[in-house]
Design a binder for this molecule. Sequence first.
Ligand code: ZN
Length: 477
Amino acid sequence: MGKGVEQMKHYKNKIIYLIFLISISFIFFGCSKISIKIIGDSVLYTGESRALLIQPEKLSNKVEWESNDSNIVIVNKGIVFAIAPGEATVRAYLNGQEATITITVIIPEGASEMVKEIDNFLRDFFPAEASKRIVLPYSGDIKIRQSLVYPNAVTKLRPGTGKEGLKMPGGVKYVVIHDTGMSGAQYNAAGINHYIHEQANSPTGRVASWHYTVGEDGVYQHVPDDEIAWHAGDGSRPYGSTYYNETYQFEAIGGGNQNGIGIETCINTGGDYQLVLRKTAKLVASLLIKYDLEIDAVKQHYNFSGKNCPYVIRTSGLWEAFLKEIEFQRLLFNIDAPVSFTWEIDKPEIIDYNGKVIRGFINDETVNIKMNLNISGYRPTLIYPVKALGLNDRERIDALYQHLKDNIIPQTITESIELPAYSELYDVNITWESNRPECFSDTGGYIKPTQSTWVTLTLTLSFNETTAHRQILVVVK
Ligand SMILES: [Zn+2]
């Protein structure tokens, strides 16, 4: 290798080193100007957020951010949050340099009217007071598992010839609600699905079929929507007819089998029927939309035969609330924009996420049911306070009596006991009276008796206007 070549190599290294130094100083001493890049559009819906990046990107985490109007947008660590409609400027600072970006916040067209409509419905929907259950419309998706019974199955559960099912004459007119009447723990949706297939393949099984089974564990479809199935007990009577059902001595309507989509709801032991109904309401609403039906198309099996089905809904008085829940889901389906929501409950130990009022708390509690809506990215929150009713006067007194018996007064007394005159927990006044004050006094003073003595303590418990007398029997030794 010649000397010239060596020298050139030497210079080349020096130049590379210089270029390296210059680039470093650009980055660290701010010779390159910073700018802001937004990930996505700079027009945001209220409730949305977006990431902002600094160019050059490696400086992003060294920047200080500021919004010129925190009523419209706030910015934190490069994430901009849209608060309310308007325009705001977001600034980034770094070593005396700054860069800005304009953020516009809007509400999707018509969204505030949609929110108003939802809010108006829910204001009447949630009760001011609740002691057992509130209905909390289902916010998840309904996934339908296809598990069709074949038309040529042995018992013709799915009527038809060959592989063709029999279409409903005139199409779908009703959605018919049932419950399975099968309380065995195994009869969840999967269990009922197994059951209908077993019957379809048995020459001796009963001939009954329906379109959907809804359980806590999911939704199965056994017959296509627009085909006849056997579930309503009205035979082949046509839509619009009426007849007298001899078995139930009942003036019934026809068209249940011929034109009704049959839905079985699972009442299996250990299942949560409230959840089943919440899912069913959403399924029914989607069918009403699909077949352009009104809420009065939703019927009970009872209407077509007089049979007491759906039994649990009928005997627990859940029907009206169930229809309202369907109407609410239908209202959401009818909104001309992508809608989703989640529930947030501030005291889930009092009202749980299935809407169940958990018993056992003493005083009334106001629980806020919050709906976090999302309409095309616009995210308002709606709040509905519900007063969950605690113990009534009588229950409160009984609960305190039980508490005193179980935890405060021992069955055998061998020393003085401080008898409470007031329970702070239950807010109940108590007076005590002993029938043998010579060995155990009204105030709990103990004087050792010569032999074991039965003592009756009479308690007078009072809360508000309610006063009750109770007794506790003890042995004083
Ligand atoms: Zn039924």
